[in-house]
Ligand binder design. Structure first.
Ligand code: GLC
Ligand code: CA
Length: 553
């Protein structure tokens, strides 16, 4: 495999609005990120991905951009961002921005001009169709946040526009070369500024199956999931290749795609050595619909890595700003403690690919437990989740409980820095409730405790970066071990060294026969060391949720 500068990096996602507030307005800001750079450097982070901080009405928390060339005043200024890039560089940390170009905001000047003159140049930047009351819509697609993808064009009773997300996120028309050129210009402007790359939002959606047509209805709303259309849309690769040629490849940028629905034979095109992107996220466990048992988790993750074996790198996560907290999702509530959290950390962190940590994950932040009022939450996707649950026959209390379990707000509550008011996130009133668990789960309590979840993450990062093992963790072959043994999740990384990651993913002890003797214990979430008598032979007894990283003879 051709070596790339970013192969051995560890990345950290910041959701700026909830990271750290420096001016008391209750909203995290760029200066807050700058203040915490030393913290991130000490943790061992090389790349920071910032969720969007561009000018935005924040209808979908910045994923609705009204000016691609400026920073929203709530987050700071361009000068602040320049300082963040500089200060990051001094610490060996590169900044990755979020690239949201499937859609912009309805408050972007392109859309405003399109509303003024739908038949003019900017009308062609969007998907605008004629429509009179009583007509049937051009297609029956359901937007990701619920309801039809079509909305009346402001100021025009006889026109509608397409939005696959929120109605304040009109889709950009990638079929139009002028639009594409504008997008490339903007991307290069940012890369010239000194950011190291982009996380690429919702990118599969840029290719629509045209002309618009209906797909099989799959809900009581009479609409059809966008997925049905995306399965039939071909040709996104031509857009992506042009995009990469015109921008990323010229700068040797690091890019990570939010890609769903890609087909097997497209993988080398997406993340091969000369792919459209450097890497893409592995969402296989997150998007598992069934209850995610240890066995399901293992199957999903192993399959994902076997699928890209020899092709390219995945980016590994247990959560992000769109998902509930990983520890709450992947570990049964009654078993959730520091030991099981560390086990989950070790499992995903040492897989092939790039580990991403989402802010707060490193201190084991959990989902909200209860919320009295739906109005204490914020996300624009909530109303649809709640109403769909009611529609399916749930009571109000049940619908709220379901929402609390799945809402994206679980990941978006402020970072828990300490046990002071508002978890030390702000002196003002936080824009979103602080998770009441901050009294027990916060950084200040963990930073000097060598047994904390935080220090376990630190050890994981330094193990990955240990010069003796780095090439094995970065380039070593991934070999599942005894995948049929229930609630055991074990794999080898075989390169210069042979290392095994072994997890007992259950609350009971279990016995495991190893292929050879252990040479060295590299990391453990219990107090096991090699002197421990349990390592004499090739049979070991694993305690509940035990994780072991060992070098083999
Ligand atoms: C991506 C983002 C999500 C956003 C959506 C629309 O999935 O991660 O937060 O709502 O795209 O931009
Ligand atoms: Ca602020």
């Amino acid at each position: 495999m051709e070596k790339k500068w970013w192969h051995n990096k560890v990345a950290y996602q910041i959701y700026p609005k909830s990271f750290y507030d420096t001016n008391g307005d209750g909203i995290g800001d760029i200066n807050g990120v700058i203040e915490k750079l030393d913290y991130l450097q000490d943790l061992g982070i090389d790349i920071i991905w910032l969720s969007p901080i561009y000018c935005s009405p924040l209808a979908d928390q910045g994923y609705d951009i009204s000016d691609y060339y400026d920073i929203d005043p709530r987050f700071g200024t361009i000068a602040d961002l320049d300082r963040l890039i500089e200060e990051g560089k001094k610490r060996g940390i590169g900044i990755v921005m979020d690239l949201v170009v499937n859609h912009c905001s309805d408050e972007h000047e392109w859309f405003k001009k399109a509303c003024e003159d739908p038949d003019g140049e900017y009308g062609k930047f969007f998907y605008i169709e004629d429509y009179k009351d009583g007509d049937s819509l051009p297609c029956n697609w359901r937007s990701y946040f619920g309801g039809s993808v079509w909305e009346k064009l402001p100021g025009h009773d006889d026109k509608i526009y397409l939005h696959v997300f929120h109605k304040k996120q009109p889709d950009l028309n990638w079929e139009n070369p002028k639009l594409r050129k504008e997008v490339y210009k903007m991307i290069n402007w940012w890369l010239d500024k000194g950011i190291v790359g982009f996380r690429i939002d919702a990118i599969i959606n840029i290719k629509k199956k045209l002309p618009f047509s209906d797909y099989p209805v799959d809900g009581d709303d009479g609409l059809s999931s966008i997925d049905n259309m995306l399965k039939e849309a071909t040709g996104v690769g031509e857009f992506l290749n042009e995009l990469a040629d015109e921008t990323f490849r010229k700068h040797d940028a690091f890019t990570v795609g939010e890609v769903f629905n890609e087909k097997d034979d497209e993988l080398p095109l997406f993340i091969g050595s000369h792919g459209y992107f450097s890497t893409m996220f592995d969402f296989s466990a997150e998007s598992t619909k069934e209850d995610i048992s240890p066995e399901n988790y293992k199957k999903a993750v192993f399959k994902a890595h076997e699928r890209v074996d020899g092709i390219g790198f995945l980016s590994n996560i247990i959560e992000n700003h769109d998902e509930p907290r990983g520890v709450s999702r992947f570990i049964p509530k009654e078993d959730l403690d520091d030991t099981s959290k560390k086990m989950l950390a070790g499992i995903y962190f040492l897989l092939p690919g790039l580990p991403f940590i989402y802010q707060g994950q490193e201190i084991g932040m959990e989902n909200l437990d209860n919320v009295n009022d739906i109005n204490d939450l914020d996300d624009c996707a909530n109303a649809n989740i709640y109403e769909t649950a009611l529609h399916e026959g749930k009571t109000h209390a049940e619908a709220l409980a379901h929402l609390i379990n799945v809402t994206r707000d679980n990941a978006r509550t402020p970072f828990q820095w300490d046990d002071s008011k508002n978890a030390g996130f702000t002196d003002g009133k936080p824009w979103l409730m602080v998770n009441p668990k901050y009294k027990n789960i916060n950084l200040a309590e963990q930073i000097n405790d060598s047994h904390s979840v935080f220090n376990f993450y630190k050890e994981l990062i330094s193990l990955r970066k240990n010069p003796e093992y780095e090439s094995t963790f970065v380039y070593g072959k991934f070999v599942p071990y005894k995948p049929e043994q229930k609630n055991l999740l074990a794999y080898s990384r075989v390169g210069e060294k042979s290392v095994m990651v072994i997890a007992n993913y259950q609350k009971d002890a279990q016995t495991l026969s190893l292929p050879s003797k252990i040479k060295k214990v590299l990391l453990s979430n219990t107090s096991k060391t090699l002197d421990n008598s349990s390592f004499n032979g090739t049979e070991i007894v694993l305690s509940p949720y035990e994780l072991l990283v060992v070098e083999m003879v």
